[in-house]
Write a protein that binds this ligand. Structure first.
Ligand code: ATP
Ligand code: MG
Length: 351
């Protein structure tokens, strides 16, 4: 589908399928068109061209309240004068469901979102994460085929976001509702989703499982946006079926896995994940090995890394593995690092 505002295509020829009952995320930077896309699915905007089907039903021209979808907004809008149960029952009441039946459904839903017995609490008595769960419960109680979530964790602090990520994933698995989740946070998308679409400037760059996006990005944008990277600029000096020889602008010769972009003489961007870099490899055979200087140790528990530089002052992040101890490494040390040709990701350089 396409959505234009005047000449500008906010959503530019995007096509995708979401399997029933799966968790699908749309990941992209601010302004790439995520909310615009969601608003079309919800029915608040009509596409300039294209179609939207939910469970085989064409949605074009169907008003938002007649679509089997519900939208959880980034800035949630709970009613502060109503208690938790009244908030969740709001939509049921509007559908004319009897109070006793509504009460039952609300209680079931409170159980599901992990807030049993919270019905009589006032909204201001809840934490940010609890409010978010009430907002989700209020949508889920209407039993939509699809729940749309527009950066629902954006307003929460980091610790709570980490916690809610896991809870949302568990909740989705339990209720089995199809979730379409929008975020600009790659970690949220990777942790929760069955499949992720990476969006850039109104287009989908790649749709795949979190593992595919991380391990085999199909465009430089995806490689840069999903996960951390070390980058090099290089030229292809030799290319055959066995692999390619790259010469970086600083003069390093590396061997990398060949791909269609690698023709002799072409300019390449080479991406290396921090965990692809092995520290002081014992067996150097087949690895690209060189020396770096440790600038600082970025301690972050299991995700600790070294910030290092080459002699040419090229910065490289190197993951500190958990299965070996590297307590002896201190800033100022010179260490060798190596990476396997298969772990380098190459694309023809962007001009
Ligand atoms: N009603 C509108 N009229 C004109 N331009 C619009 C309108 N709505 C959105 N846009 C433009 O379309 C582009 C995509 O906007 P959108 O809100 O979909 O981005 P987003 O990916 O949700 O960003 P964010 O992560 O910041 O929420 C932006 O450049 C925006 O300025
Ligand atoms: Mg948005």
């Amino acid at each position: 589908m396409v959505k234009r505002f005047g000449e500008f295509a906010a959503v530019d020829d995007v096509t995708f399928d979401v399997p029933t009952g799966s968790f699908f995320s749309i990941l992209g930077p601010s302004g790439c068109g995520k909310t615009t896309l969601l608003r079309m699915i919800a029915g608040f905007d009509e596409p300039t061209s294209g179609t939207i089907e939910i469970r085989g039903q064409n949605m074009l021209g169907v008003p938002p309240n007649k679509r089997p979808v519900n939208l959880v907004f980034q800035h949630l809008a709970l009613f502060p004068m109503m208690d938790v149960a009244e908030n969740i029952a709001f939509g049921l009441k509007r559908r004319g469901i009897a109070a006793s039946e509504a009460r039952k459904r609300v209680d079931t839903m409170l159980e599901r979102v992990g807030l049993p017995g919270y019905g009589e609490k006032r909204i201001e008595q809840l934490s940010g994460g609890q409010k978010q769960r009430v907002a989700i419960a209020r949508c889920l109680v209407l039993e939509p085929s699809v729940l749309l979530l527009d950066e629902p964790l954006g307003a929460l602090d980091l610790k709570l976001r980490e916690q809610m990520k896991v809870e949302l994933k568990k909740l989705q698995a339990k209720v089995g509702t199809t979730f379409i989740y929008i975020t600009h946070d790659q970690s949220e998308a990777l942790v929760m989703s069955d499949r992720v679409a990476v969006m850039n400037k109104g287009r989908f760059e790649q749709v795949g499982t979190p593992q595919e996006l991380y391990g085999a990005p199909s465009t430089p944008f995806v490689a840069k946006f999903v996960g951390e990277n070390n980058t090099w600029k290089a030229a292809v000096t030799k290319s055959d079926s066995g692999g390619v020889e790259l010469k970086t602008d600083e003069g390093y010769s590396f061997i990398a896995k060949a791909n269609a972009d690698c023709r002799e003489g072409s300019r390449m961007d080479l991406f290396l994940r921090p965990e692809a870099m092995r520290i002081e490899p014992r067996d150097r055979a087949g690895l690209n090995v060189f020396d770096v200087t440790v600038k600082s140790i970025l301690f972050d528990g299991a995700n600790s890394r070294l910030l290092t530089t080459t002699r040419e002052d090229h910065e490289l992040l190197v993951t500190l593995p958990q299965n070996r101890r590297f307590d002896h490494i201190v800033p100022g040390d010179e260490i060798s690092v190596g990476w396997h040709p298969d772990s380098g990701i190459c694309f023809e350089a962007e001009e």
